[in-house]
Design a protein around this ligand. Structure first.
Ligand SMILES: [Ca+2]
Ligand SMILES: [Ca+2]
Length: 362
């Protein structure tokens, strides 16, 4: 009984507070008290003979104009309302989720109706990156409800280090473009990535595209490493990708070289190699152990020439291929590709480099 009285007293305080200040409504939004869940709205002077068209979110039958104001304060999307003529001693109260500031063209003359707007900070779209603005909350008179990958008062900051971190916090998140900030509060800027939420058992794979993904010919470059292709990653700098590898348990990148009379020869001043993110010449290929000086076939002795560590080192007229995943996250992603041994007319090759993928939380 005492508890109920306390709630009633609190309600009374709220109502008196709302009525006392002219044009200021105070109403409870959630079950709670007059605290931070309260919505404080400053209503503008009613405009008779006008009606805001096309933004009505709900209809209410009320007895007094003030009741419509209270209904608006209770609906967090409401920023204006229309009151219709009295029918059977009831007024029609229509709540709208927009107003004459956001849609001046929709404010139209209509006989016997009254339009009433609010001081609406959301009209200036303070919430960034598709955040949803709700007017009337907190001291700044609005709150932003941010998309899953963002945070901050105005949805200006990325909320997660990687797609795996995002997926952990939001298990139902679907594949798509998101913003991440791999070093969190560190100086590196957030960047936009694709999150594949189904691959790798749905752990959330951060996928980085680049400008050298298509199969590309290498022809006419005889000297070792005289062919050079820089890899430019889409929307991210190497420092950002390095920090992505720090917060991921696994990173990988597919690499392939198709060859005819063109080899790597990692064992003797190599003709071809890849360059790590820290600019080191890397003399092993996808599918082989770091430092092995081999390709995948060299790891299980299945190369075209059993005495060599790569199929391409057979260096003959047959089209051959060495391919596999690079997985040393301390060296990835690939910064540059270098090839040679394609100077003679019968010598040539094609390189293919996959997207850069990181997953798991380190
Ligand atoms: Ca940062
Ligand atoms: Ca050759």
């Amino acid at each position: 009984m005492a508890g109920r009285l306390a709630v009633l007293a609190l309600l009374l305080v709220c109502v008196v507070w709302g009525a006392w200040l002219n044009y200021v409504a105070s109403a409870r939004v959630d079950e709670g008290n007059c605290g931070q869940n309260n919505r404080r709205i400053t209503f503008l002077t009613p405009v008779s003979g006008f009606y805001l068209e096309g933004h009505v979110i709900s209809n209410h039958s009320v007895e007094l104009n003030l009741d419509c104001q209270d209904q608006c304060a209770l609906a967090r999307e409401c920023v204006s309302y229309n009151i219709g003529p009295t029918i059977n001693n009831k007024l029609t109260c229509e709540l709208s989720n927009s107003d004459h500031l956001q849609h001046p063209e929709d404010l139209k003359p209509r006989k016997d109706w009254i339009y009433r707007g609010t001081q609406n900070p959301c009209a200036t779209s303070p919430c960034l990156n598709h955040g949803t603005c709700y007017m009337g909350y907190t001291e700044k008179k609005y709150v932003c409800v941010c998309p899953a990958d963002l945070r901050g008062e105005n949805c200006e900051a990325a909320a997660f280090l990687s797609c795996s971190h995002l997926k952990k916090a939001h298990p139902t998140a679907t594949s798509g473009n998101y913003t991440i900030d791999s070093d969190g509060e560190g100086d590196l800027e957030p960047f936009s990535v694709y999150c594949d939420m189904t691959n790798k058992n749905g752990v959330g794979v951060t996928v980085i595209s680049h400008d050298s993904e298509s199969r590309t010919i290498v022809d006419g470059y005889e000297d070792h490493g005289s062919y050079s292709r820089d890899i430019n990653y889409t929307g991210a700098r190497l420092s950002q990708l390095a920090s992505l590898t720090n917060v991921s348990s696994h990173c990988e990148q597919f690499i392939k070289y198709e060859c005819q009379h063109s080899g790597f020869f990692f064992y003797s001043g190599p003709a071809g190699w890849w360059v790590s993110r820290d600019s080191t010449k890397m003399t092993y290929w996808g599918g082989a152990s770091p430092g092995s000086g081999k390709c995948a076939c060299g790891m299980n002795n299945t190369c075209a020439n059993p005495n060599r560590g790569c199929n391409c080192d057979k260096n003959d007229a047959v089209w051959r291929e060495d391919s596999g995943l690079l997985t040393d996250k301390t060296k990835l992603p690939v910064k540059q590709l270098r090839f040679g041994d394609t100077g003679e007319s019968h010598e040539k090759g094609y390189h293919t480099l996959g997207k850069f993928n990181c997953y798991g939380t380190a």
